[in-house]
Design a protein around this ligand. Structure first.
Ligand code: HSE
Length: 367
């Protein structure tokens, strides 16, 4: 059995990873060692007997791992990765953070899309395997069939990204914001006398109060949308927007770059990212052909019929949350051009968006 070091297993992505590994009985095939950056010596998770947590900064011990899997975040990776390689460590580094994603010697992992690149990377001695940005992985799973059939000329997008993408504290803040707003009008909601405009006025006033919780988002997200994610680049994109074309082309290993650009937006949902795409097709395909191509690429795509009831039941963050399904719907040719295809998709940001590609590459690496 391979010895696998787990770092950052208690955070949000790490916890989802551990949960998925328990569901799939993955721990039966490995010898896990749990590390901690803050509490070495304490008891580890109760998975394979209660082992003591090891020190995540102990390079000598890390050096004995066959594989290290880190969900600890970019700061830890930046601090430890090079030091460990300098010691001559030749194990596999599997990471959820973005720090090493675009390096030449790393592979971005999303096996339903790039299993061949993963295998050839392993055969060519690559040792660093990194999960993609959540919107990128969810886009590629949703639209995989179009890419595989070389049908995509270019893509523009708008995202509707959940609070979870910004971190666990952000989910809590969103709920607090919702509660704050509710509390500011709760007495009025059942009153027969108060007008809706009065209620709306109170809400808009309370959202601006100095006690309204905005520490994490720097702005209200409840009752609001924030069309800015991550930091500004010199070309007027945000870093989040930049990642989409860069990472998608790296995962697809394209010879000719597929242009992809759009606007990344934070919305008040909890853990599912939605995305609206306009895709310029290279061919004018029939509707049924498009559905078949999308459906056949992987097991997780769920095509949603383009009608009201199916859409509100199946193509929403609340319909998808906690599942591996990738809902793909509102599929239609835009009236402005027969090669312009419009698609809306939803996926769980913590599962396929973060933990699942990492879990699956780990299983590939131990076999
Ligand atoms: N950067 C993403 C977001 C999550 O802010 O939603 C991580 O992939």
């Amino acid at each position: 059995k391979k010895t696998i070091g787990f770092i950052g297993w208690r955070g949000m992505v790490g916890s989802v990873l551990i949960q998925r590994m328990i569901e799939e009985n993955d721990f039966e095939n490995i010898n896990p060692i749990f590390f901690s950056t803050s509490q070495p010596g304490n008891l580890g998770p109760n998975i394979i007997g209660k082992n003591k947590l090891q020190d995540a900064y102990n390079l000598e011990l890390l050096n004995t791992m066959d594989i290290i899997i880190s969900c600890q975040g970019g700061e830890y990776t930046n601090f430890i990765y090079k030091k460990l390689r300098k010691l001559g460590w030749l194990g596999y580094w599997v990471d959820a953070a973005s720090s090493l994603r675009m390096k030449d010697d790393s592979i971005i992992v999303l096996d339903p899309i790039n299993l061949q690149s993963i295998y050839s990377g392993i055969n060519n001695g690559k040792k660093t395997f990194v999960g993609g940005n959540c919107t990128v992985s969810l886009m590629l799973l949703a639209l995989g069939g179009l890419f595989f059939n070389n049908l995509v000329d270019w893509i523009t997008f708008s995202t509707y990204q959940a609070a979870s993408g910004a971190g666990s504290k952000n989910i809590l803040e969103l709920i607090k914001q919702m509660g704050y707003l509710y509390n500011s009008v709760s007495d009025d909601l059942n009153s027969v006398n108060i007008s809706i405009l009065e209620i709306e006025k109170k809400i808009s006033k309370s959202i601006k109060e100095k006690n309204f919780p905005i520490k994490e988002f720097c702005a209200p997200l409840a009752g609001n949308v924030l069309p800015w994610i991550d930091y500004a680049l010199k070309n007027n994109q945000t870093k989040e927007e930049w990642k989409v074309q860069a990472e998608a082309n790296k995962i697809l290993d394209t010879n000719k770059l597929i242009p992809i650009d759009g606007t990344c937006v934070r919305v008040g949902t909890f853990r599912c990212h939605s995305q609206s795409f306009i895709i310029k097709l290279k061919k004018d395909l029939s509707y049924s052909n498009i559905i078949q191509i999308l459906q056949e690429q992987n097991h997780w795509v769920r095509i949603v019929p383009n009608n009201f009831q199916s859409t509100i039941n199946l193509l929403t963050p609340m319909a998808i949350t906690g599942t591996l399904n990738i809902s793909v719907g509102r599929i239609r040719k835009l009236n402005v051009h027969s090669k312009l295809l419009s698609i809306f998709t939803v996926g769980d940001q913590l599962l396929w968006g973060a933990a699942e590609p990492i879990r699956r590459v780990l299983m590939i690496l131990i076999n």
